[in-house]
Ligand binder design. Sequence first.
Ligand SMILES: [Zn+2]
Length: 129
Amino acid sequence: MASRPPSLRQPWQKPRAETERERLKAMGRAADRNRASARDRGYDAEWYAFRDAVVIERGCRCERCKTLVVLRKREATKRTPVAHVDHIRSVQSAPHLRLDPTNVRVLCKPCHDARTGRDQGFGRTKRNG
Ligand SMILES: [Zn+2]
């Protein structure tokens, strides 16, 4: 059995655009909550499972500075920052490599912040090789 009803609209049914507007209105705050942050978008349960596995497999250490890292932000301390799994080729430029272990690096938060800033063009003047 098909999971979706046929697309033919009956005369008494509203045009799709109007129905969609009403649906979004009804969702109200829920929709806004789902749109909470850019970081949350595109990072699903599959990503988090993959991310945790990568961090553990690589010994819970930053691949740049070798600092011990933890999986959860709430477990992080000054000496053991939270792990960030960084895409070497961005998800935007290579979506098929999103869950490819060869396309990610485990970084501590400070190293990840430094890299992200550089990639986005911030602090470029401070880069000396
Ligand atoms: Zn580091």
